[in-house]
Design a protein around this ligand. Structure first.
Ligand SMILES: Cc1cc2nc3c(=O)[nH]c(=O)nc-3n(C[C@H](O)[C@H](O)[C@H](O)COP(=O)(O)OP(=O)(O)OC[C@H]3O[C@@H](n4cnc5c(N)ncnc54)[C@H](O)[C@@H]3O)c2cc1C
Ligand code: FES
Length: 301
C-alpha cells in the first residue's frame, strides 16, 4: 500500500457497528441538472437501512477532500444473482447527489466498477407516524431523504432487518421546491409509488412560481387532518416549514444537513442546538441523535 492510500484508509472512520467497507459502483447515471444517482453494492448496509438514515462516503486513495461526506439513503435494490441462503433483503443502495463542491465534483468522475469507501447505515431515520396524511416537504436536493419514507408509509416497500412494522398513511403528498425546473429528478420515483407531487420553482419554469410555503398554503385545510410533516432541505426553508407546521398545529420532523466528519458520534463537528421539553437547550450530535429532529425542538437562530 502506498503512503497516500495508507493515509486515506486511516482517515476513514467507521466504528464497530458500522465499520468502513470498500464497495463497488454498479450504476452511475445523470439524474437531473448537476445531479447524479449512484448505485453501490453493499448488502450489509442496504438490508439494514431505514428511511432517513445516511451513509458516509469517501473516494479511496484520495485525501482531497480529507473528510467523508454524508449522503442520504435514497432507495434500496436487489441487483445481484441471489444465493437462496442469503439473509440480505436488499444488496444495493441508491444515493442521489448534487454536484456542488469538492467531494461531489470528484464523485462525478467515478466509473461503474470503481470502488468507494463507505460506512453505515447511520443516524436515527424517520419515525413512523400514525396519521392519515404524510406531508413530505423538500427543498433542492432534500428529496433524497424522503423517497424511501414515502414508499414505506404507502406500503410499497419495507425497510430494516428484520423489516420494521409500518403504519400506513392513506395519503402521501410531496411539496418540492427548487430554483429552476431542471433540478427536479426522479419525480416518477415518487409518483409511481403513489405520492401526490406538487412542484414550485423560484423562476416559474416548472410548477407554480414561488416556494414550498406557497405550495403548503394551497393545501385545502380539510386535507390537513391527522397530518404529519417530514421535511429536508436548506436550513432557512426547514425553519419556515417548521413555523408553518406550528401555525397549523401539525407535527413536523426535519432532517438536518449538518457538515459531518466521522458520522458515528466521535468528532462533534455536527452539533445542533436542540431544546428539551423544559425549554432549555443543549448541543446534540446530528449524526447519532439525528439527523431527524422535531422541528419545534431546533434552535434555528
Ligand atoms: C445526513 C445528511 C444527508 C445528506 N444527504 C445528501 C444527499 O442525499 N445528496 C446530496 O447531494 N447532499 C447530501 N448531503 C450534503 C452532503 O453531505 C455534502 O455536504 C454536499 O454534497 C456538498 O459536498 P461537497 O464536498 O461537494 O461540497 P463542499 O466542498 O464540502 O462544500 C461546498 C460549499 O458548501 C458548504 N457546505 C458544505 N456542506 C454543507 C452543508 N451541509 N450545509 C451548508 N453548507 C455546506 C461549504 O461550506 C462550502 O462553502 C447530506 C448531508 C447530511 C448531513
Ligand atoms: S460527525 Fe462526528 S460526531 Fe457527528
Amino acid at each position: 500500500m502506498n503512503s497516500l492510500s495508507s493515509i486515506s484508509e486511516n482517515v476513514s472512520v467507521g466504528c464497530e457497528k458500522a465499520p468502513y467497507q470498500r464497495v463497488r459502483v454498479i450504476e452511475h447515471e445523470i439524474f437531473a441538472h448537476r445531479t447524479r444517482r449512484i448505485r453501490i453494492e453493499c448488502p450489509e448496509i442496504a438490508s439494514r437501512a431505514l428511511p432517513g438514515q445516511f451513509v458516509m462516503l469517501r473516494i479511496p486513495d484520495r485525501n482531497d477532500p480529507l473528510l467523508a461526506r454524508p449522503l442520504a439513503v435514497y432507495d434500496t435494490h436487489t441487483h445481484l444473482e441471489r444465493d437462496r441462503t442469503s439473509s440480505f433483503s436488499f444488496d444495493c443502495l441508491d444515493l442521489v447527489y448534487l454536484i456542488h463542491g469538492k467531494f461531489t465534483t470528484a464523485l462525478e468522475q467515478i466509473k461503474v466498477g470503481d470502488e468507494l469507501i463507505t460506512w453505515g447505515p447511520l443516524g436515527n431515520g424517520f419515525s413512523l407516524p400514525d396519521v392519515d396524511h404524510l406531508l413530505l416537504v423538500a427543498g433542492g436536493i432534500g428529496q433524497t431523504a424522503l423517497l424511501a419514507f414515502a414508499k414505506e408509509c404507502l406500503g410499497v416497500k419495507r425497510f430494516g432487518n428484520p423489516f420494521r412494522p409500518a403504519t400506513l398513511s392513506r395519503r402521501t403528498t410531496l411539496c418540492w421546491g427548487a430554483r429552476t425546473g431542471s433540478f427536479f429528478g426522479g419525480i416518477e420515483d415518487f409518483t409511481s409509488s403513489g405520492v401526490d407531487v406538487h412542484l414550485a420553482t423560484l423562476d416559474g419554469s416548472t410548477g407554480i412560481q414561488g416556494t414550498v410555503i406557497d405550495l403548503l398554503n394551497a393545501i385545502p385545510p380539510s386535507l390537513l387532518d391527522r397530518t404529519h410533516i417530514a421535511c429536508c432541505g436548506p436550513e432557512p426553508m426547514m425553519a419556515a416549514v417548521g413555523a408553518w407546521a406550528t401555525h397549523h398545529s401539525l407535527t413536523c420532523d426535519v432532517s438536518l444537513e449538518a457538515p459531518m466528519a466521522c458520522g458515528v458520534g466521535i468528532c462533534f463537528t455536527c452539533v445542533a442546538k436542540v431544546r428539551d421539553s423544559t425549554g432549555s437547550w443543549d448541543y446534540r450530535r446530528t449524526c447519532v441523535e439525528g439527523p431527524v429532529f422535531r422541528a419545534s425542538s431546533i434552535d434555528w437562530d
